[in-house]
Design a protein around this ligand. Sequence first.
Ligand code: KDG
Ligand code: MG
Length: 409
Amino acid sequence: MIIAKADVVVTSPGRNFVTLRLETEDGLVGWGDATVNGRELAVVSYLRDHVVPLLAGRDAGRIEDTWQFLYRGAYWRRGPITMAAIAAVDMALWDIKGKAAGMPVYQLLGGASRNGLLAYGHASGRDLPEIFDSVREHLSQGYRAIRVQAAVPGLRSIYGIAANTAEDGVRYDHEPAQRGALPAEEDWDTRSYLRHLPTVFEAVRAEFGPGLPLLHDAHHRLTPIQAAKLAKSLEPYDLFWLEDVTPAENPEALRPVRQHSVTPLAIGEVFNTVWDYQQLVREQLIDYVRGAVTHMGGITPLKKTLEYAAQYQIKSGMHGPTDISPVGMAAAMHLGLSIHNFGIQEYMKHDARTDAVFRQSFTWENGYLHPGDEPGLGVSLELDEAGKYPYQQAYLPYNRLADGTVHDW
Ligand code: KDG
Ligand code: MG
């Protein structure tokens, strides 16, 4: 099983995806996701210019060794671009190993620990009727857990609120990196947000009852004491988790949040290695690990991170917005099915064009995902279809306060 060829495919069926294709001398093909939303071409260059030349001639079966070679051998460790590139190689090698063994990857990781993966979707709206409609729409699609994001009165536009109408006429809240030469500017006011959000959750709880798991994402925008205030004020509404309350660089920011509330905390969609989690896990400052296989360097290191977290009863909540490609989503599903400390999987559906580019074997039934039983990851990219959608420049939006100051994500 010697690697013969490595190619990078960039395609933009609605949004940009970067995918690595590895092929062995005996004709096995493995796929890996290397998409970093809004910075896609940096990973393309890292892969094409610095990783692809290292792969031909290597034994495709040596997943751990290849990972260590790419991580330790580079000298420049960590960071989203490096770790997404390594992740793509790691996923593609697991895909090949599964195909060589005739088994789905979750079998190679120890077999299924459950029958399916509980998944949550994203409901949002500008006002309560829109939010209720969006929750109902998700319930009708089978979701059994729902993230709720709300516009804040007085603010023009806020990230993650599905006010846009997609080309096919369906409300589609895919948290886009908007196409264009410059990032869109949004606005922000923390005091208004802190006042408004508890009223939204009070109303949603009253409407949908005590049983529905509800989640919320604060997108790293609060100071430690503001975050503590939010976590405390949401306590009566029994959230499944409150995500990314403070900027992710400073783990100690979560101490006051913990001291003041019992609202479960999730963080880590922008993390890249176990080191980002070390203090958070050791001090038990979080309840859920949000890392994505794509941005944490692959299945190999994220499995180790989750095993470390398991010692502290911390569970997985792997990142799964639409900027994780179907290959990255499949990798998350195989890992989530096999580990003991699975918590929940984020799942935003890709659009029809993306589903035509990536042939997939996963199933979605009654609110549960399953990666399927095809050998490998169960996803392949259709090159002809991908070729129809050339790369388009796109940026995530950013936000400013009323006085013009750039605010945290
Ligand atoms: O690339 C950024 C998106 O993936 C991110 O905004 C999505 O916060 C997000 C989430 O929780 O899915
Ligand atoms: Mg998030």
